[in-house]
Design a protein around this ligand. Structure first.
Ligand code: GRF
Length: 222
């Protein structure tokens, strides 16, 4: 049975069809699939798209028999054609929520409009600090260590037209240890991300996230 509710007038089902966009190793994709398999979330990854034909994310999708596509703008004659194909796939697989997990490309404004408040990204720091252009991968953790901060973390936020700018949904802190290098810190932050993303997906499933005037309200569990 499908349960429907409305978030900002958009009907959302309790078991959501997820599309994961990823460019790299895809460990967050794996964590979401594991959360699905263990029953932590009821939503399903039904589509994986990558701009990188050699990405671990596409490999994971194939192993799990999830429909997957290598979609790069370079394969299309122009941006409009690329966007058309992207949108058609989202429609074909009845996607409710788009999950960016290490996706290194900007989302087309048309798709952002179409999926307003339904595109999430995960960032390996506590936004709004250590975000924006150039703040990706190991650069983020290097900047955190250089700053002398004692706490970093992971952030899940909504995606808008500007990098790392959309409303923050949930953050989890990770302590920075005295002997941490960017690499050791990256490992612990990534482990935290793997817990955080399924938690946020669950909040969407349980209709606990309300978005009003670009502000996030999370209903507390009774
Ligand atoms: C994660 O650190 C995420 O925060 C960032 O890109 C990385 C993706 O890692 N946006 P993976 O491909 O899921 O392992």
């Amino acid at each position: 049975m499908l349960f429907l509710l409305k978030i900002n007038k958009i009907p959302i089902k309790l078991a959501l069809n997820l599309c994961v966009l990823a460019s790299g190793s895809g460990s967050n994709l794996k964590a979401i699939i594991n959360a699905q398999k263990s029953g932590k979330i009821t939503s399903k990854v039904v589509l994986v798209i990558s701009n990188n034909s050699g990405s671990g994310a596409l490999e994971t999708a194939r192993k799990n028999r999830i429909p997957n596509y290598h979609l790069s703008q370079k394969l299309f004659t122009n941006e409009a054609e690329f966007c058309k194909r992207f949108t058609a796939l989202l429609k074909e697989y009845k996607i409710d929520l788009i999950i960016l997990a290490g996706y290194m490309k900007m989302i087309h404004p048309q798709i952002i409009k179409l999926y307003k408040n339904r595109i999430l990204n995960i960032h390996p720091a506590l936004l709004p600090e250590f975000g924006g252009k150039g703040m990706y991968g190991i650069n983020v953790h290097e900047a955190v260590i250089k700053s002398g901060r004692e706490v970093t973390g992971a952030t899940v936020h909504l995606v808008d037209e500007v990098y790392d700018n959309g409303a923050i949904i949930l953050q989890k802190e990770v302590p920075v240890k005295k002997n941490d290098t960017a690499e050791t810190l990256a490992v612990r932050v990534l482990r935290t991300e793997h817990k955080l993303y399924p938690e946020v997906i669950k909040l969407f499933e349980e209709k606990k996230i309300l978005i009003r005037k670009n502000k996030i309200h999370i209903e507390k569990t009774k």
